[in-house]
Write a new protein. Sequence first.
Length: 118
Amino acid sequence: MSTEIEESGATIESRADEVCPVVDAVEQVGSQWRLVVLHDLTEGEKRFNELKRSTEANARTLSRVLDDLRENGFVERRLEEDAPVATYYSLTSKGESLAPVFDEIESWANEWMDSCQA
């Protein structure tokens, strides 16, 4: 039994197939904190505490977000074991490829959205 429903000459399933890559992409980068961290790392490699200060995320949230971004291939971690031990995060080539996307979204927002409220 098919679950397809005709609507204006196209099926819901075919529309879902067309939108699927966009939905999948948004699910990987679409949380507020993921976007903030990814955008922040476009400026270059940062230590955990630098990211914590610049994003204003608490340590637990930032750690979870960085783990998610590493798992999805957007961020890489570098550990320097000198005293004191330092952990650095930077964008992978997959993460860096989002920079033009951020630029386009910013251009769109500047044209169509009201300014952010403080």
